[in-house]
Every structure is written in C-alpha cells, then in structure tokens.
Design a binder for this molecule. Structure first.
Ligand SMILES: Cc1cc2nc3c(=O)[nH]c(=O)nc-3n(C[C@H](O)[C@H](O)[C@H](O)COP(=O)(O)OP(=O)(O)OC[C@H]3O[C@@H](n4cnc5c(N)ncnc54)[C@H](O)[C@@H]3O)c2cc1C
Length: 498
C-alpha cells in the first residue's frame, strides 16, 4: 500500500481546496487528493458570480446587512463581518491568479445584481464565472512545484489518532489503497446535491466530506437548511440545468401557465425576493394550477444582451430547441446548495484538532438559515485564506498512524437501487415543503437502509457504493435536523408548524 507524508493534505479541488493549497504552499509541501479530474466540482458550474462590495454606492456594511437578512437571524455575525470585509481582497487575489472578470465601459468591474442584494455587487465572467475561476486557480496550482495533485483519488476515511486528524486514506485508480499523513488536513469536498433526485450539482456532489467528518466524530450542524434554486430547467434533455438568478436581475420575469406574473401574489420584492421565498412561491403556484412547471420570460430583453450576458444559457438552450429571446423557459426549483455542514471557527478549524474545513462542506455561520446568492464562492476563498494562516502553528510531531481499515462496500447494483430510492424519499419528504409524518417516514427509511447497508460482508471497493453510503449519512443529518427544528425559519418549512 502506498504511504506518503506531506505537510498539508487537501481533500477536494474546488475553489476552497485550491485556494487553501496555493496559500499553504507558501509555507510547506501540499498534496491535493481529488476523486475525479481536477476541475470536476460545483465550483466549475457556478454561473452568477461572486459577491463583493466594490461598487461606488456600496459598502461592506450593506453587504453585511443583506447577508444577515437572508440568514433569517441564524448567522454568526462575526463570521459574516469577516466574510464581507475581506471580499474585495478575495476578488483582487483571484485577478492576480489570472481570473478574467467582465469590465464595464469605464474599465471598472461590471457588477450584476441578484436576489436579496440591495446593490449591484456580483463580480462575474458572463454566465460561467465558476468555470473561469476554477480554470485560473487550477492553472496556478499546476504551475506550483510545492503542490502535488492526485486525480481519481477517492478519500475513504480520515485518519484519527489520539483524537487528532493525522491524514486520510484513499483509493487511487491504478494505484490502489493509499495512506497520506500530514500535520494539517483540509476537508474541501463541497456539497451534497445528489442526495435529491433533482439538483443543479454535478455528479461529484455526494456529501463525502460530511460522512468523513461524521465517521471521525466531528460536529456537524444546520443540514436541514438545503437551498433550492428557484429556476432550473424543466426539460428531458437538460434537467436541472441552472438558469442563473442574474437573468432575473437583468429583468426576466416569472409567469404561470396562464401567463400571469404570479410573484405579485407572494412578495413585494417580486422575482428578486430571496431564493427560499421565490422557490416556495413557484412550488405553491405549481400546486395551485396543477402544472409541472412555471416559466421564466426573458423575451422582452434584447437578443444581443441575452447573447452577451448569458452566452452559455443562450447556446445550451438553443441546442435543445429553446430560443430564449422568443420563448419562455420552463423552470422548476431544484436542490442547489447546502447551508449546513461541518462546524468550523473563524480560521476553518473543526472540532477535531488538525482537521480544517472550507467551502460548501462547512457550516461557518455565514449563511445561517439561508445563503445570500453568490456568497459561497466568496466564503470558500475567505475561510481558506484564514485556515492557511492558522496552520503554520501546527507541529510536525504526529501521533502514530492508525492501521489501514478497508472501506465497507455493497455491490454497485444494489447501491444503484438504494441511491435512487433515497433520492426519491428525500425529494418527497425533505424538499421545499416538509411535514411531520413525511419526515418520520423518511427517517425510518434512512435508519433501516443504513443498518442493511452495513450488514452483509463487504464487496470489492466501488466509489459509487461508498458515495451512496455517504449520501445516507447526509440524509440522516438533514432528516434529524428537520425533525429537531421546531420552528419554520429560512429554508426549513414544515407545513405542520405553519
Ligand atoms: C450550477 C451551480 C451554480 C452556482 N452558482 C454560484 C454562483 O454564481 N456564486 C456562488 O457563490 N456560488 C455558486 N454556486 C455554489 C458554489 O459553486 C459552491 O458552493 C462552491 O463552488 C463550493 O466550492 P467547494 O470548493 O467547497 O466545493 P466543490 O467546488 O464542489 O469542490 C469539491 C471537490 O471535492 C472533491 N471530492 C468530493 N468528495 C471527495 C472524496 N471522497 N475524495 C476526494 N475528493 C472528493 C470533488 O471532486 C471536488 O473536486 C453554484 C453551484 C452550482 C452547482
């Protein structure tokens, strides 16, 4: 079995992991483990952009106020202040890495506006900001001689010794089992969208980091706050494809089957109300009219503006026969972002010594009960910076490495069946609207399935099977959190509490 020691170990190659790696490489050797290709991540799919108070009429105080309002009273004010105050420096750093943001005619950053923001403050690269950011940062990582990257390397366990995290074990395709030790480990494994049938997240978003942290005994919270994006495409050929909020920011409106702009019935902020409000309004409208979607109408916007500001959406939809300058876009809400996760402090430290976390896998306190749009890429950078400063204090005297433990897997054919059943249960009972009875049914399904999962003798390792077990753990946190949350707040809505 391969054994390797490094100064700093990073699990995940989205913006959180890569940012941390580049900063940590200034003080030591860094090894990145990532389960697919380096760029396969939620980061690469981000469309809208990154929030930062860099406009003339804006200030970090206004950004802070908007973030706290979206979080519905459950944000950690200290974490929010740190996030918004450090946002301009984060943008500057990304530019230094070679990220190309769109500029206005006067050569200043061109700022978009999204729901819940009181100002134009979204720094962007057309409608593929995440792709551009990941490109720039991964290029910097590739060029850095202090950073080694293992792709197709699936982390199966955190190594815990004397209550401290001393690294991780993994399965590397072609190389087999491996153990990596390090004086600090950064968990940056991203989201868990695949726990639902309908999500904007790519295939790697299976909540592995939540399960790794859970198995290691770290504290995890707020998983009941799952954000559903209001406008994802309802189409057999491109299900879950995100239609960015920036399109509503540019003036696109929501209409029901009868063509009525129904947001007038729900919120005075109309299409730019916070995401939970818009998503719930859409669900209600779909139920009320017994239809399978609502529509996003951008037909009153100039064709040239749509092609220029939303080139990816324009092109992808055209390929499936939808001309957005002439036709309404059928949309439904879909799981998009996990506001809860592994608890960390202001420097990304988890409840386990030497284990840090950053990005969507965490609960830093900045999102509270609901994330303000475009605050998550920002969170990944700001908290990875802070963690990279903190790790210099970690000593190299590690306790002994624990013995290798092979991960428990069931045959893939069974895992496929279980994953689909779980996704259906989660979508029915832990989606935008929840009920006491539905959550109880869900909980019973998850608990009994987990017991069955662990009972038979282990089958040969399969990443799909390991991920499916991880999804069950994630689902358990969401269900338990939703059952325990006895008041409707932010993204959690239980009809029996209304
Ligand atoms: C369609 C879409 C649009 C979005 N738009 C925006 C936006 O406009 N603005 C914004 O701020 N946010 C946006 N978000 C959210 C944002 O993209 C994510 O929250 C953010 O990119 C998370 O970054 P991360 O580094 O934490 O995780 P990710 O970018 O998801 O990276 C996680 C990494 O961990 C790896 N990994 C996972 N499990 C394992 C394992 N077991 N072993 C090894 N490696 C593993 C993955 O392969 C991946 O490389 C969007 C998300 C989506 C899906």
């Amino acid at each position: 079995m391969k054994q390797q020691n490094t100064d700093f170990l990073v699990i995940g190659s989205g913006l959180a992991g890569l940012t941390f790696a580049l900063k940590a490489a200034e003080i030591g050797q860094v090894t990145i483990l990532t389960k697919a290709q380096i760029q396969e991540s939620n980061t690469s799919w981000a469309q809208g952009g990154i929030a930062a108070a860099v406009g003339e009429s804006d200030s970090w105080k206004l950004h802070e106020e908007d973030t706290l309002i979206a979080g519905a009273g459950l944000c950690d004010p200290e974490a929010v202040r740190m996030l918004v105050q450090r946002a301009p420096a984060a943008i500057e750093w990304l530019e230094q890495q070679g990220t190309r943001f769109d500029l206005s005619a006067s050569n200043a950053l061109d700022l978009g506006r999204e729901g819940g923001h009181s100002r134009h403050r979204i720094v962007h690269h057309a409608d593929k900001t995440g792709w551009e950011v990941e490109r720039a940062v991964s290029e910097s990582v590739r060029k850095n001689p202090a950073i080694q990257v293992y792709e197709n390397c699936f982390v199966t366990d955190l190594l815990i010794s004397d209550g401290q995290c001393v690294g991780a074990s993994a399965k590397i395709s072609d190389l087999g089992s491996a153990q990596f030790t390090a004086k600090a480990t950064m968990l940056a494994t991203g989201g868990c969208g695949k726990v639902y049938s309908n999500t904007t997240n790519p295939r790697v978003a299976t909540g592995d980091g939540i399960a790794l942290a859970h198995n290691a005994g770290a504290t995890i919270s707020n998983m009941e706050f799952q954000q559903f994006h209001p406008t994802t495409l309802k189409h057999s050929q491109l299900a879950g494809f995100l239609i960015t909020e920036a399109m509503r920011g540019a003036g696109a409106t929501l209409r029901n089957h009868e063509g009525r702009r129904f947001m007038y019935d729900y919120d005075p902020r109309l299409e730019l109300a916070p995401r939970d409000v818009v998503a719930r309004s859409i669900e209600r409208e779909i139920q009320k009219l017994k239809t399978w979607c609502v529509y996003l109408d951008a037909t009153h916007l100039e064709s040239e503006q749509l092609k220029h500001e939303f080139p990816t959406i324009y092109q992808r939809l055209k390929e499936i026969g939808l001309e957005i300058d002439r036709q309404w876009i059928p949309v439904v809400p879909a799981q998009h972002y996990s506001c809860g996760g592994v608890n960390t402090d202001l420097v990304g430290q988890t409840s386990i010594p030497r284990l840090y976390a950053s990005g969507e896998v965490t609960c830093t306190g900045v999102h509270g009960a609901n994330r303000l749009a475009s605050n998550s890429l920002l969170e990944a950078i700001v908290f990875s910076f802070a963690a990279a400063e903190a790790i210099s204090a970690e000593s190299s005297n590690l306790p002994n490495t624990p013995e290798f433990k092979a991960p428990h897997c069931i045959p893939e054919s069974e895992a496929i069946h279980i994953r689909h059943a779980l996704q259906a249960q989660m979508s029915t009972h832990a989606g935008i609207f929840r009920t006491n009875a539905g959550l109880a049914t869900l909980k019973e399904f998850i608990d009994s399935t987990l017991i069955n999962y662990d009972e038979p003798p282990s089958a040969p390792f399969s990443a799909y099977s390991a991920e499916s077990r991880n999804l069950l753990i994630v689902a358990q946190y969401i269900a338990d959190g939703a059952i325990a949350r006895n008041v409707n707040v932010g993204l959690h809505f239980n009809a029996d509490l209304a």
